[in-house]
Ligand binder design. Sequence first.
Ligand code: ATP
Ligand code: MG
Length: 689
Amino acid sequence: MNGPQVGHDPLKIGHVIAVEGDTVEVQIGIEDLLLEYHGTTYRVGRLGTYVTIPLERCTLIGYVTRIGAAGELQPGPYPEAPTRITMSVQLLGTVRNDKFTRGVNEYPTLGDPVRLGVDEDFELIFGCFDELAAAGAGSHRKSFAMGRFAVDTDFEVKVLGKEFFAKHVAVMGNSGSGKSCTTAKIVHEALRLPHAQVVMFDMHGEYLSAFSGDDGRPLPNVTYLSDRNLVMPYWMLQYEEFEQLFLDTNNPINVNAQKIFLRAAFEKLKRAAAVDLGLVTEYTIDTPLYYAIEDLKTYADNMNEARFVLNTQNYAFARLPFRQLPTDEQEAMLLSRRMEFNKGNAEGEVPHATFFGKLLGMVNQLETRLNDRRYDFMLRPFEQAHRNADLSARFRREGTPGRLSRNVSMVMSQILGRTNPRRNLTIIDLSGLPFDVVDTTVAVLTRAIFDFNFWSPPEVRQPTLIVYEEAHNYLPRVAKPGRRTFSRDAVEKVAKEGRKYGVSAMVVSQRPSELSETVLSQCNSMVLMRMNNPDDQDYAARVVSDQFRSLINLLPSMRPGEGFIIGDAVLMPMRTLIDLPPRLPRSSDVDFFKMWSQGVPGGDPEQILDRWWRQDRSSARRNANGEREFTRATDPHQAPAFVPEPEILGGAARGADAVADASRPRSLSGAERKLADLAALLAEPPASE
Ligand SMILES: Nc1ncnc2c1ncn2[C@@H]1O[C@H](COP(=O)(O)OP(=O)(O)OP(=O)(O)O)[C@@H](O)[C@H]1O
Ligand SMILES: [Mg+2]
């Protein structure tokens, strides 16, 4: 770094005319805004470029946030150059004894010279950072490369791993600004460490392509879970999450009855597992204890029709001997088998005051979802586990309720990569899930990961990064009317407390202004990419620290893949051309023009309708020529119409495809499918108590 110069200073571009906080106003003293230095011509005053201000004992570094003209302009169509050009500079750091440190504690005054930041300055700054990044080297890596310095691409921008990952990360920018590529690049860098642990919520199914081999299958250290093979048993849901999904709110008169029923039902249904596990006094309706969802439906069906014998506590069952049974035996029957009630008035039967006729909506919701393939991951976990190679051999409906409750540990082991061999990244592809369940899924799994680390002894705790793509969809700033925000609550908890327990969040969003402020304001590291929307800019300006606020003005000018990296992980805000990852996420952009000019084969409408009914969004299979193929499925002897490609099922699931397909033949009608499901259920070995 050149110290204060006497006489002509070739890099001097102006002098200080005002200082306000960390912002300095500079009057530019060179006429055509061009500066020749060591054979290179620099344009002075470009936004985002850097300047230095030499003081007595140190040199300040700042970047240009505004440039403008003031003074007399000549009237007429061809005004002469303005008489005074000024620019604003945001101070970022100080160089003292050839060491760069963040922040400023000595300020310039009027008339101090201002110089253009050039290679030598950057060399010093990047050199200091390299020293920091290499400190204690030999033991382990301290930093990773993000890309090239946009102002001078000779320099590589590195990021301190500890600071970056431990303090939550936000990647924000317009659609198409390069967030997904940046996210893939960051995760790719994390995966270079042998014990990295990343769980990714992928809204649009974009990331498998970034973490798969040439054959489209997930890399060996990647678990890919989608609606086809993710297992998240319904008993992991907390009471309110369950309530939100299954309560029928169409008729307000029935809502209360359903709530009372559900609470009472959970209390009763979870009791068996609680007894098994010795949790009788500890368990609540939120404790993730196994119960059979079929029993819940049976109980609801029964209570919806329940009647009592007049002036007694006895249920008025149609079969007279059942009426005489003690209440607890009657209750046990109601929980486990479909009962018939006397509909006449033989003994003066009275309908159940709270439940009678009020539970039908909820029963229908339950039934509809039990029959909807897209909910299998949650409501039919044992069947779904057939499609999941890690779980298929062990996650079975066998054993006591206590044993079945413990199955959750297998789910957690898979999500946290504790598989054999160990895996470092779990992609949870939410694109095939019904939208109403995305929020719940993110909430349940986030909470599970947090709780898992919270209850782990510190010496065995595995630091985990959770990536939330398109986070504004499920971490909203303002909740939709009538909707709870379970995932927001869970992620806010991670944002506030996760650091202590080794859980870090990375939120990726194109609409920061619609994103939870609590989550965003806890993000210490940010990658700010092109951002044009004023609401988003204002909001981003609110959540970044004062020092970086002026930088927001520069965001509309960024190119795709260009971002400001700010936070403790870098020495100063680094305008960076972010490197592309080795394999790109699948872009959701549709090239209309190309497809319209080259043509697409187009699907068979009957096949598409069939997929629609079956809620199957997997790819069509390829024929010998590698072309996607749509096979008619009307002939039962023919192969299933759509064989999910490995890219859809994921490596973990391939071995189990045949089992999955056998349990739910593709070409059956809805009614036949239900029968087949029933047969499969009956064929399951009975749970041994
Ligand atoms: N680092 C980069 N270098 C060069 N080009 C890039 C870079 N990152 C992204 N791009 C280009 O921008 C396009 C969009 O990138 P990407 O899909 O990551 O954007 P996005 O912000 O995630 O968009 P969306 O909000 O729609 O998901 C890419 O297809 C690529 O062509
Ligand atoms: Mg994206």
